[in-house]
Design a protein around this ligand. Structure first.
Ligand code: GNR
Ligand code: NI
Length: 178
């Protein structure tokens, strides 16, 4: 198993759209396990393949308190939406920033499991918000797209500056850097 690298806003690769998955093979199972491990290690409740630079329609989720109820959703589609809910969202691709976003409280959705079997299910509350957030990633969309341009640009600037500083710190640790 491998911990995958999570892309950070404003990386353009986060704007890639995930392609539908048509082959349910061992490689797909491996990717799903790596994504689960990456999600747990990052302490996230969800992860979309686009966030780890894989433009395919695969998401992992675990909203359980004990973090022992992993969900793997392939080609998820929401086909019914009900009631609005406002939720303070965060994102592993927008580290350190939280904003209120309006979503649907209740959804009906379909997906394929890792073996290629289709299922229909429903969700509300946190799971519903998380599924909508993850499907957005598969469409190249981030929660910061719902806030003002000014706030979004400031977040982009802060993350860029923070990561530039990280690079400098790493450079300092190398005694004879080139
Ligand atoms: O870990 C996460 N927490 C979260 C909180 C509120 C709404 C959505 C989320 S998803 C996020 C993980 C992530 O970035 N998934 O793409
Ligand atoms: Ni996210």
């Amino acid at each position: 198993m491998t911990i995958l690298n999570i892309l950070h806003f404003p990386d353009n690769k986060l704007r890639q759209k995930g392609a539908n998955i048509e082959i349910f093979d061992e490689k797909l199972k491996e990717i799903a396990q790596d994504m689960l491990q990456t999600m747990y290690e990052a302490k996230g409740i969800g992860l979309a393949a686009v966030q780890v630079n894989l433009p395919i329609r695969l998401i992992t989720i675990d909203v359980s308190e004990k973090r022992d109820q992993p969900l793997i959703l392939v080609n998820p589609v929401i086909f019914k939406r009900d009631e609005k809910i406002t939720f303070e969202e965060g994102c592993l691709s927008v580290p350190g920033f939280y904003e209120k976003v309006e979503r649907y409280n209740k959804i009906d959705y379909s997906f394929f499991d890792i073996d290629g079997v289709e299922h229909i299910s429903n969700a509300d509350g946190l799971l519903s918000v998380c599924i909508q957030h993850e499907i957005d990633h598969l469409d190249g969309k981030l929660f910061v797209d719902y806030i003002s341009n000014m706030k979004r640009d400031r977040i982009a600037k802060k993350i860029k500056k923070h990561e530039l500083q990280g690079t400098v710190e790493q450079r300092k640790k190398v005694p004879y850097s080139i």
